[in-house]
Design a protein. Sequence first.
Length: 246
Amino acid sequence: MSTPAESVRVLDTDDGQVLEIGGRSRPIPRRFRVTMVTREANRVHLHSDDGRVLVASPAQLSVVPYLVPAQDNPRYEEQDERAFLDAPNLPAADIDVSGSGVPLSDPVLGEIVVRVPSVMGYTAEVPEAGTFGGRSVSVLFDAVSRARIEELLPAVRDILADLPAVHEAAVGYLWEWGRDDTDTEEDRARFVAGFGLEAVTVYHSGDFGIDLSDDAGLFEQAFMDGYWPKVHCRADRTPVAVTVES
């Protein structure tokens, strides 16, 4: 199916439906199958086959929240749908969202200002949310609306209160991910001690990523300058995947 509506259309592909909007594209959750697209002013109306209608601006619909990949995430489709349905609540340059500009006040993280997504997709950032190993740890919210951030704050506070255990689990998983049969326990201890914790990236799903830094400079061959490992964890803190960021 291809339904044009002033530079907005939905395409059927082998991997599901894709929304093309303003020169950008984003996958549409399988649980929200679009049958018609209409447009009114700067609002796009996406009509699903079960009668639901999602109304959001082009900029709101262009944001693609990060999710832990489906092969590591049994709740992927549910999380994908929930994040997609939250699009009308995202701050965006082409629309005013009621209340989105009012800062959140948290007893641990302080004042949180929700903003139009950055190039990296972050809608809020707290640069000095906690400390680990003598350095500040930031918290980033990836494509999360103000209301959803407020829902996630208790879990974020719990993570910050237990950073040593979160770090240990993340680095331990990274070790198992990259080790080979010749590595020893001494190698493992050196590896774990060599990585610091730089940031916690919170996803719309409540899952999160741990951005690690090679503080000791021991692993430059594994991670080139300007690159670092991110360990992705489920909301219950189970590490499930690794990506290399830049």
